[in-house]
Design a protein around this ligand. Structure first.
Ligand SMILES: Cc1ncc(COP(=O)(O)O)c(C=O)c1O
Length: 351
């Protein structure tokens, strides 16, 4: 059939999200979800929700949710935009700041959705390679990114889990002539974050998600923090009612229960340390992770082989086939039972 798509859409492969397999008794460690349930406050809020309200549209600006975020971070409502997951915010950001004349600079390896979003805009992508082994930022990053209008930094980075030094990121934001997005999907599992950079600098957007540390990947909610001019510009690009009523309610409820959030967050960090130690004992190379996953290379460096063997044992992790990531697997921190089953499977495979 003749294609009526724009040529750049025809040329796209399209982003492939991590599998959501239906196998029974599965250990699912492939999409960095939280091993715990969301706060009981979320369940309470949803159970008490009057479904009659669903005949109305939700608040298009998600003001009550944005107020909760703003007061938590000590900013104003006008500094916050809500997204249907942070992917929704990324879509707005790429629409706003990239075009055939306005390239984007992305790190390599990093979140593989970014080049797909650039392809939709027919925008050139400048790939900036991280150092091998420790995945550090290159010293000449600013020179490499010079032509870009948008620079994407994931901190802690995915899939590597590593945390770029904050002072380096601050310096990059100060010197880069364009918008810097700091994607903090995993920052709640890290030792610091860059929210203050979004408060201090007009060219910085920090984006956050409820999918990881708040255990609500299924609800689709995220937010961005930036100066008011950037937020009001992005508002022009959002779907009119991009956050449904239930997501707004659930987001606020989970945000209120900070004690629960803090306790679960610490547990995940503790389990990450334990799992990293166990894998190191088995000869794996485990770069220091500050996220809710580990990026690990087995002793034989055969990421694909281990991925397939684990899969045979109903343990699903994530494998990225690009040459730089092929020796590794990305493994989400599961609950204690899941982590134990992962280790048992590894012991069987290398017995
Ligand atoms: C770095 C990064 N940014 C954004 C997202 C998207 O998160 P959300 O579920 O909020 O769309 C992910 C999801 O895995 C991610 O790894």
């Amino acid at each position: 059939m003749k294609s009526y798509f724009r040529p750049e859409i025809d040329a796209m492969a399209g982003y492939v999200p991590g599998e959501q397999p239906k196998m029974a008794d599965l250990v699912k460690l492939n999409t960095n979800e939280n091993p715990f349930a969301p706060s009981p406050e979320v369940e309470k809020a949803l159970k008490n929700f009057d479904c009659g309200k669903l005949r109305r549209y939700p608040d298009p600006m998600a003001d009550s949710f944005r107020d909760a975020v703003a007061s938590f971070w000590g900013v104003e409502r006008g500094n916050v935009i809500a997204g249907n997951g942070s992917d929704d915010l990324l879509t707005m950001i790429f629409r706003a700041f990239t075009s055939p004349e306005l390239p984007v600079a992305v790190l390599d390896p990093s979140y593989s959705l970014y080049p797909e979003l650039a392809a939709m805009q027919n925008a050139p992508v400048i790939r900036i390679k991280l150092a091998e082994k420790n995945f550090a930022l290159p010293e000449n990053l600013l020179a490499q990114a010079q032509e870009a209008n948008l620079l994407m930094i994931v901190r802690p980075n995915a899939p590597t889990g590593t945390l770029f030094p904050k002072e380096t990121v601050r310096h990059i934001c100060q010197k880069f002539d364009g918008i810097v997005v700091i994607d903090e999907a995993y920052a709640d599992f890290a030792s610091d974050n860059c929210i203050d950079l979004a408060k201090e600098m007009d060219n910085v957007i920090v984006i956050r998600t409820f999918s990881k540390s708040y255990a609500m990947a299924g609800i689709r909610l995220g937010y961005g923090l930036a100066c008011k001019e950037i937020i009001s510009g992005l508002m022009k690009l959002k779907d009119s009612y991009n956050i449904d009523m239930l997501a707004q309610l659930a987001g606020e409820a989970s945000f209120r229960d900070h004690a629960y959030f803090e306790a679960r967050r610490k547990e995940v960090i503790q389990m990450r340390r334990e799992l990293a130690d166990e894998l190191k004992k088995r000869g794996f190379y485990v770069p220091e992770s500050e996220s809710n996953f580990l990026f690990v290379s087995p002793p034989d460096g055969n990421g694909k082989g281990l991925f397939e063997e684990l899969r045979k044992r109903a343990v699903i992790v994530r494998y990225f086939s690009a040459p730089v990531t092929a020796p590794y697997l990305r493994i989400t921190i599961g609950n204690p039972e899941e982590n134990a089953r992962l280790l048992k499977a590894i012991d069987e495979i290398y017995a």
